[in-house]
Write a protein that binds this ligand. Sequence first.
Ligand SMILES: Nc1nc2c(ncn2[C@@H]2O[C@H](COP(=O)(O)OP(=O)(O)O)[C@@H](O)[C@H]2O)c(=O)[nH]1
Ligand SMILES: [Mg+2]
Length: 351
Amino acid sequence: MKLIIQIPCFNEEQTLPTTLADLPREVEGFDTVEWLVIDDGSKDRTLDVARANGVDHIVKLTNNKGLAAGFQAGLDACLKLGADVIVNTDADNQYDASYIPDLVAPVLAGEADMVVGDRQVEKIEHFSPLKVRLQKLGSAVVRRASETEIADATSGFRAYNREAAIQLAVVSRFTYTLESLIQAGKLLVATKHVPVSTNEKLRESRLFPSMWAYVRRNTISIFRIYAQYEPMRVFMSMAALLFLLACIPWGRFFVSWVQGEGAGHVQSLIFGGVLFTAAVMLAALAVMGDLLHGQRILLQRVFERTRRIELELGIPPSHYEPGQPNGEQPATTGAHAAPPQTTAERDAVRP
Ligand SMILES: Nc1nc2c(ncn2[C@@H]2O[C@H](COP(=O)(O)OP(=O)(O)O)[C@@H](O)[C@H]2O)c(=O)[nH]1
Ligand SMILES: [Mg+2]
């Protein structure tokens, strides 16, 4: 059994050494534990720092593509490097790595395909009461949208088995935490959460420059992702609401008309008509969204099967380079060897 711990990084030369120093090299239930860093076009010495600190694998994106894209590239590489379980953690040492065995336990026990570390936000000292409340509200919304029980939706400290990693296909550019949860809830991915603890804050969040940005971006993300998965429910509810609103001015006009004063309330009639037209347009969007959703499900299935074929064929991960386990020169043979890059190389290693 192989565990790969992946860390998405963007300009993390300062905090990466601390994060790596805390990562385990042995975890019960696994024969090997390897580390993978996704360098998302960092402009600083993140890559050198990763190599000097014994990272086994590096996925080096040429320019900055955002956390969600980096995460997805990391999952893909981990699968192709033969990981049975993948743990994702952050480069700012936010999550306490000693909880990795707890995180992987439900996956090893076959109780879950994806396990989310619950930071128990109310216990984090540097979170203001408002931030704690917003986090809880956001998680409650995601729980409803995803039909899962996850307590801490924005936590990036998670474990995935191969099935979960094969099925997840995040398309958002910005956040993967919410989308992957909503996807998991809709796919054949069983989720669980375990309590974890966090370390002292080493730096400010890069993803969210302010509380307002945090709320705005997450609200938009939840809406967009939910609308992608439940277009009928979202747009039909909005259409129904507008139709009810249209009934108010229409009712007013009707009452006046019955009293013989209809001519004086034509504005109400027109206003109701405008609202009704908007309701019809939203209903049409619901139908179109539903048709697109059907296509999406089919694409998801095609994608999943393509991934399985790729893994069977031994296609190498993209943007991959071997790291320097133990801080030495890159290994060319053995457990840390680079995956075969050409068809001839692949044929040579194929049984
Ligand atoms: N791949 C990638 N990772 C990023 C990017 N921005 C931040 N990260 C990583 O995402 C993780 C979480 O970032 P952080 O700023 O601590 O956000 P927060 O703790 O969720 O508020 C860290 O490992 C960062 O290095 C990015 O543009 N691309
Ligand atoms: Mg952080």
